[in-house]
Write a protein that binds this ligand. Structure first.
Ligand SMILES: *Cc1c(COP(=O)(O)O)cnc(C)c1O
Length: 384
């Protein structure tokens, strides 16, 4: 179920009719700088660059309109948008951590997030991670110098859930910050800040944009944490969202509730179809995972179009043949757009990779072509 108030936020129903001649979408403020009447006003603006329009590397009206809607959807005090999801994640790590600090990752994590943590080792930041059955005992992986718990729920590739309330309780007792990557659920299906999480990051490239035409990211947190990040990593690393891309994301929000409802319905039907197919060993979809049912009920109100399946095939080559045989599912990275996508996961040695992701796993992002067409396509490909 999607909250009515969220639909109204996505549609920009709070628009002030006196602004911008009542334009239903905010205009694109394609400007790098904003002039003031007096020097005093300019200097006043420079002291408040996170709120005032002075220079677009800090704040821009179109980007701000998007930030206002994303903060409202996540029920957070403050939002800043970034050039990409990974730029938002970089800002959290570099803005809040120092040499000697430790990050604990919980659940399967988007690969480049790990690569970023690896890169930060040269600045003295260390990390470790916990996946699978061990997640129940994540507290024993916390260290004296753990400053941040960073997690995904649902996690990458296997879409397993972790208990947000357990993470919040363990972190609060110890004064550790918590950050979730909420890209898969979107704020329409999961509200981590309401459950006590400190920071939420998004790859807006995925469902929020929804049309495979823009790369973007967002961070939502308290004013206090944002103040720290704004004057360090945000302004100084400079990975900002452009006004035009922010406008595309505002347009994406207009159809987000409708797209998610359709993705949810079609993907679940396809996942169930695959689950019953003899060439499929196992389907990884939160709504088809009995172990995660209690957590799903506790922390999510729906689930969109992303899942994976372990095929009963000999090797990577055979899996790629299946992927090539489906015609309506395009072979591409990323996910969350209107076109269905398929991507076989790793073809390396061993039965599982370092994050416990099994081989012969294929990931589906179900688009909006229509569920019957997609199932027919899969049927044909799996028969071949
Ligand atoms: C794609 C992705 C990201 C990174 O986002 P970009 O916009 O590509 O930088 C982060 N987290 C998850 C879960 C993703 O799928």
């Amino acid at each position: 179920m999607i909250d009515e108030s969220d639909v109204l936020i996505c549609l920009g129903s709070e628009n002030d009719l006196r602004e911008n001649h009542g334009s239903v979408l905010p205009p694109i403020a394609q400007a790098s700088l904003f002039q003031k009447e007096t020097t005093a006003e300019l200097y006043n603006g420079l002291r408040n660059e996170n709120r005032e329009f002075v220079y677009t590397r800090g704040t821009n009206p179109t980007v701000k309109a998007l930030e206002t809607r994303l903060a409202a959807l996540e029920r957070g005090e403050s939002c800043k948008c970034f050039a990409s999801g990974i730029a938002a994640i970089s800002a959290v790590f570099t803005g809040l951590l120092e040499a000697g600090d430790h990050i604990l990752f919980i659940n399967q994590i988007y690969g480049p997030t790990f690569q970023l943590a690896d890169m930060l080792k040269k600045f003295g930041i260390e990390y470790s991670f916990v996946v699978g059955d061990e997640m129940a005992e994540f507290e024993s992986h916390l260290k004296k110098n753990t400053k941040l718990i960073y997690f995904e729920s649902p996690g990458t590739m296997l879409f397993r859930l972790v208990s947000i309330s357990s993470i919040v309780n363990a972190a609060r007792e110890r004064g550790i910050l918590t950050c979730i990557d909420n890209s898969v659920s979107t704020p329409l299906f999961q509200k981590p800040i309401e459950m006590g999480i400190d920071l939420v990051v998004h790859s807006c490239t995925k469902y929020i944009g929804g049309h495979s035409d823009v790369v973007g990211g967002a961070l939502i947190c308290s004013e206090e944490l944002m103040e720290k990040i704004f004057y360090s990593s945000f302004m100084l690393l400079g990975g900002i969202q452009s006004p035009f891309n922010a406008w595309l994301l505002l347009r994406g929000l207009l159809t987000l509730p409708t797209r998610l409802r359709q993705h949810q319905q079609d993907a679940l039907e396809i996942a169930k179809y695959l689950e019953s197919h003899k060439k499929v060993k196992r389907v990884y979809h939160p709504l088809l995972c009995a172990e995660d049912a209690p957590l799903f009920k506790e922390q999510m109100s729906g689930y969109p179009g992303l899942f994976s399946a372990e095929l009963d095939v000999r090797d990577f080559e055979e899996m790629c043949k299946v992927a090539d045989a489906v015609k309506l599912f395009r072979k591409a990275v990323s996910w969350g757009g209107v076109e269905s996508l398929v991507i076989p996961s790793f073809g390396g040695d061993g039965d599982v990779n370092f994050q416990g992701i099994p081989k012969n796993l294929i990931r589906f992002s179900v688009g909006l072509e229509g569920v019957d067409y997609l199932i027919n396509d899969l049927e044909r490909a799996l028969e071949a």
